[in-house]
Design a protein around this ligand. Structure first.
Ligand code: 13P
Ligand code: SF4
Length: 312
């Protein structure tokens, strides 16, 4: 770590104590942000932490929909996001207007929104789910009810297969997870024939068919830590490799390359990576940028999130 990064880390630490702030970081954040965070986790873990915290300020090192979920759960707290440009290609795979029309067209169905969606869309749905609990949520819906799921078609197809429930799907996908290359994965399998293939359910069906294990980021981390194999090929954003290396330092952990990626074999979410240590420091110092939310939308969006937390 260079002098500037060390100084920033110290300043962040002092500011968080002085201001009674908690720093929540997603596994896809830069290594130095993960290292300074109070808690690192997947989207479900982070939602739970946002409920439990007694801190007055929540600094969310992640993307907008995650920080917005923390605000829905804590309407009276200040929720900060180091860079408001930290969006999500999946959440943005439709306009709010189009999503609403889609849900209205299927108003006879139970509606389930993946957490990668805006507060406005959550507010219109019956349930919210994350990749950790989606199957459980779907299985809890009475068999005689039709289900509409948005926005991720890959997670949706995976859930249809896993739960045996038919669902009407929005045609969205994550630009990072959908880009993993099957042919490059095949080359890795030839080079590491004993490696276990792990993939996040946002990956394409072609990748998921080849995976030995499919799970949320937390589940993939647990698998690497607990499984006796020595080699793993990872189909999710490369930020998770930091915690995998910390938890299993002697194991060989290789990210599955994307189609365009001929250089570092890393698959990185550009939205997650707009957050930097410098921006985290500035954000704590100035208590800005802050997540704001229409209170009425917040109240409506809380219901399906609370249903998820109660069920899962
Ligand atoms: P997790 O639920 O595993 O944290 O996934 C969130 C996400 O955005 C994956 O791309
Ligand atoms: Fe969104 Fe994909 Fe980035 Fe996750 S990895 S935050 S789904 S763009």
């Amino acid at each position: 770590m260079n002098d500037r990064k060390r100084w920033l880390t110290e300043q962040i630490d002092q500011l968080r104590r002085k201001k009674n702030a908690v720093i929540l970081a997603h596994y896809y954040q830069n290594q130095e942000i993960q290292d300074v965070a109070d808690f690192v986790g997947d989207s479900l873990d982070l939602s739970r932490k946002a409920v439990e915290t007694s801190a007055e300020i929540i600094v969310f090192a992640g993307v907008h929909f995650m920080a917005e979920t923390a605000k829905i759960l804590n309407p009276d707290k200040k929720v900060l996001l180091p860079d408001l440009e930290a969006g999500c290609s999946l959440a943005d795979s439709g306009s709010t207007f189009d999503y609403k029309i889609f849900l209205e067209l299927h108003s006879d169905c139970v509606s389930v929104a993946y957490i990668n969606s805006s507060a406005e869309i959550k507010a219109q749905c019956d349930y919210v789910c994350t990749s950790s609990n989606a199957a459980k949520i779907i299985q809890s819906i009475p068999e005689n009810r039709k289900i509409v799921f948005l926005p991720d078609k890959n997670l949706g197809k995976y859930l249809i297969q896993k739960t045996g429930r038919e669902m009407i799907l929005w045609d969205g996908a994550c630009a990072v997870h959908e880009a993993f290359s099957v042919s490059k994965l095949m080359s890795l399998v030839l080079a590491f024939p004993k490696a276990k293939i792990l993939a996040h359910p946002e990956s394409s069906p072609a990748i998921l068919r080849l995976a030995n294990f499919v799970g949320s980021t937390s589940a993939l981390l647990r698998y690497v830590t607990e499984n006796e194999s020595e080699e793993f090929l990872i189909g999710t954003e490369a930020g998770i490799l930091h915690q995998m290396h910390l938890a299993a330092p002697n194991k060989t952990i290789i990210p599955i390359p994307t189609e365009e990626d001929n250089t570092c074999a890393c698959s990185e979410c550009a939205f997650m990576k707009v957050n930097t240590l410098e921006k985290l420091y500035q954000c704590l110092l100035h208590e800005s940028p802050e997540i704001t939310l229409d209170p009425e939308i917040g109240r409506k969006a809380l219901k399906p999130i609370q249903r998820m937390l109660d069920l899962a």
